[in-house]
Design a protein around this ligand. Structure first.
Ligand code: FMN
Length: 356
């Protein structure tokens, strides 16, 4: 795992995965300061918010960190599709004492403006999900911002596509992972490949480093990823439990009692398959799974509901993103978690070596 560490100037090949809406500059800075690589998930941050978040990380640490974007174009859904989605959501809004949602002026942040803000912020690492950059965009990140460019892949074909546009590395994200599937080439269902299957396929086929993501919660998971040939690991769910993350008390309580079997992959919150804890909202909208409009339309229409649920401390109408490893999450301060993961990883590696 040494080449990656040297290039990124970090001590541990351990990434705190970007977590749009749930990561904070404090979390990213703590992980980077502890020797890993902290990330800011900027998918829903405005260019101004991106600048502020990057400045906040830099105020807290001089160590490198990463920024992540959703590769996404502004959709143009037809009015009937939007109205049907609003009608399905209206009873849930009413439950929280809110009027039905309205179609917003725009459905998501402007990716191209975010991309320019990313170039200005010059993060050590720029990573992407939900789509793929052009070779020219990858070139710009390297030339203008000196960023190390990482693409997210959920299949071997996606990993190869990122290698072809010149990415420096890929995150191979298995279906165990919490949050949204990054799938952009093939059918979502066919792209539900597990980490143990996906990582070695990518390692064998690519000449760039592969970072394993999905279901890694402790030193055993890191050692296993290393044995599969990964040069680094990216953990989301494990860091979500840290006090520095942005999740509220209702979500923390829900996570604390949860097991792998409490998670499902669903489109109902956002229109893009994502893994989270089953709650009342997921169950009430399950029958509409196929009908909800694609990301980011449904995501925008459920946004006010989820924000209100968070403010009211109601886990039943929140999106409780979490991966299959959720039962092993440890609510430790991020620096302590990084130190513990590193220690466990060393211990497992030593005992595995001793057995041979
Ligand atoms: C709450 C949450 C939000 C996430 N948001 C993003 C994101 O904005 N961009 C991204 O590339 N990955 C995102 N992910 C994926 C993580 O960065 C990471 O790859 C994944 O969580 C690894 O799997 P694990 O949850 O089993 O550790 C998110 C994950 C979670 C749990």
């Amino acid at each position: 795992m040494n080449a990656l560490l040297q290039r990124l100037q970090i001590d541990l090949p351990l990434f705190q995965g970007p977590m749009t809406g749930s990561d904070t500059p404090q979390l990213a800075a703590a992980v980077s300061q502890a020797g890993g690589l902290g990330f800011l998930g900027c998918g829903m941050r405005s260019p101004q918010a991106m600048r502020e978040a990057a400045a906040a990380v830099r105020a807290a640490t001089a160590k490198p960190f990463g920024m992540n974007l959703f590769v996404l174009e502004q959709p143009t859904p037809d009015a009937a599709t939007v109205q049907a989605a609003i009608d399905r959501l209206a009873p849930l809004y009413a439950d929280l004492g809110l009027p039905p949602p309205e179609a917003p002026a725009r459905w998501c942040e402007d990716f191209h403006a975010q991309f320019e803000a990313l170039l200005d912020a010059r993060p050590a690492v720029a990573s992407f999900t939900f789509g793929i950059l052009s070779a020219a965009q990858v070139r710009r990140l390297k030339d203008e911002a000196d960023s190390y460019v990482i693409g997210t892949a959920t299949t071997l074909a996606e990993a190869q596509a990122w290698a072809e546009v010149g990415a420096d590395a890929v995150v191979a994200s298995g279906m165990e992972a919490g949050g949204h599937r990054g799938t952009f080439l093939e059918d979502f269902e066919a792209s539900m490949v597990g980490t143990l299957a996906l990582v070695p396929q990518c390692v064998d086929a690519l000449s760039i480093p592969v970072i394993a993501a999905g279901g890694i919660m402790d030193g055993r998971g890191i050692a296993a990823a290393q044995a599969l040939g990964a040069q680094g690991v990216q953990l989301g769910t494990a860091f979500l439990a840290c006090p520095e993350s942005a999740i509220g008390p209702a979500q923390r309580t829900a996570m604390a009692g949860a097991q792998a079997t409490d998670t499902r992959v669903t489109r109902i919150y956002s229109g893009r398959p994502a893994r989270g804890l089953v709650n009342a909202m997921m169950e009430r909208l399950a029958m509409h799974e196929a009908a909800v409009p694609a990301y980011p339309v449904q995501n925008a229409l459920t946004g006010a509901l989820r924000r209100a649920a968070a403010a009211q401390g109601r886990a039943d109408y929140l999106s409780l993103w979490a991966g299959q490893g959720v039962g092993a999450a440890r609510p430790l301060p991020a620096a302590q978690l990084v130190a513990l993961l590193a220690q466990e990883w060393r211990d497992v590696s030593k005992s595995t070596a001793a057995r041979h």
